[in-house]
Design a protein around this ligand. Structure first.
Ligand code: SAM
Length: 297
């Protein structure tokens, strides 16, 4: 347990999908004046250097956010949601390029107003220390709470918040098979406490039955609760094991991922229908690149 470090993956295609959805959702929820509480159950370190040791080891951002920054000026304009994502990352890189990558805590804080609240859960000792240090620089006082606690176990204590407006981002590393069940149990419990909150769950699409079952089970949960849902996926390459010229077999890195939302903004589907084809085209690693967006309720 706990070998996952998000720094190796920061800014990859999954982050492009997740953070584009996060920003579009926050923009919508922040249109109303009433205070919003954002609960980030699996926060990571908060901020990443894409030219640092971790990101350099796998270079996943090269095939993610950095492809968006490398587009020629004359390229066709990006869809609004994707352009907004690029603008937010650009805000963290005033000298140009994408050398600093904001994780969900920094993206969220960047968009929140002074009267909104952010609750961050992170269990990995090293990432929790980095998160503490990164958040301390924001001087955000009581607006942000960093908790070294199990996000699955204790994040529901903040639900419902006093203003009864919240976004819950559930973004585990799925290092252990039980994470899939824990997501479902967590969302089930959270919905019981606070049925009108917006829930956004990221998950990897990998050849593992639990990964395929999770969106189906979330759909059933939302439908039984009578809540609207939205499911978006982005595939950048085939999931097949590749055999190289020496006969060695290689697992491809993460080929695809999905975002499942309960009580999504009603504007999100149209935004993603415009942005996802561009994401699939710009982030494609082979001919299997694809996307889907589906909704119900
Ligand atoms: N949400 C972050 C972002 O978008 O920038 C990335 C989070 S990363 C995918 C998942 C994080 O969850 C890792 O940093 C891991 O250490 C942490 N983690 C794993 N199990 C946890 C748990 N039960 N509670 C809280 N954090 C946990």
């Amino acid at each position: 347990m706990f070998s996952y470090r998000h720094a190796f993956h920061a800014g990859n295609h999954a982050d492009v999908l997740k953070h584009t959805v996060l920003i579009a959702t926050l923009d919508y929820l922040l249109e109303k004046d009433a205070a919003l509480t954002v609960v980030d159950t699996h926060a990571g370190a908060g901020l990443y250097r894409l030219d640092g040791d971790y990101a350099g080891t796998s270079g996943e951002a090269v095939d993610g956010v950095q492809r968006l920054f490398a587009r020629p000026d004359a390229a066709a304009p990006l869809a609004d949601a994707l352009a907004r994502y690029v603008d937010v990352v650009r805000d963290f890189n005033p000298k140009g390029g994408a050398r600093i990558y904001p994780g969900s805590p920094f993206i969220t804080h960047h968009l929140l107003r002074d009267h909104d609240k952010l609750k961050l859960f992170e269990l990995h000792p090293t990432d929790a220390r980095s998160l503490d240090a990164n958040i301390a620089q924001l001087d955000a006082g009581r607006q942000i709470a960093v908790l070294r606690e199990d996000g699955f176990g204790s994040a529901t204590k903040f639900l419902p918040p006093p203003s009864r407006r919240a976004l819950v981002l559930c973004d585990p590393s799925y290092e252990i098979k039980s994470d899939y069940t824990r997501v479902l149990d967590f969302v089930t419990g959270a919905l019981k406490r606070f049925a009108t909150g917006t829930y956004a769950i990221w998950y990897p699409i990998i050849p593992r039955p639990e990964a395929h079952d999770l969106p189906r089970r979330l759909k059933t949960l939302a439908t039984k609760a009578g809540k609207p849902w939205l499911h978006a996926t982005l595939t950048v390459k085939s999931s097949k094991i590749v055999t190289d010229s020496s006969g060695a077999k290689h697992r491809p890195g993460l080929p695809a991922s999905g975002m499942f939302l309960i009580n999504p903004p009603f504007t999100l589907k149209a935004q993603l229908q415009a942005a996802l084809p561009q994401m699939a085209e710009l982030l494609a690693q082979d001919r299997n690149a694809a996307f889907s967006v589906d909704s119900g309720g």
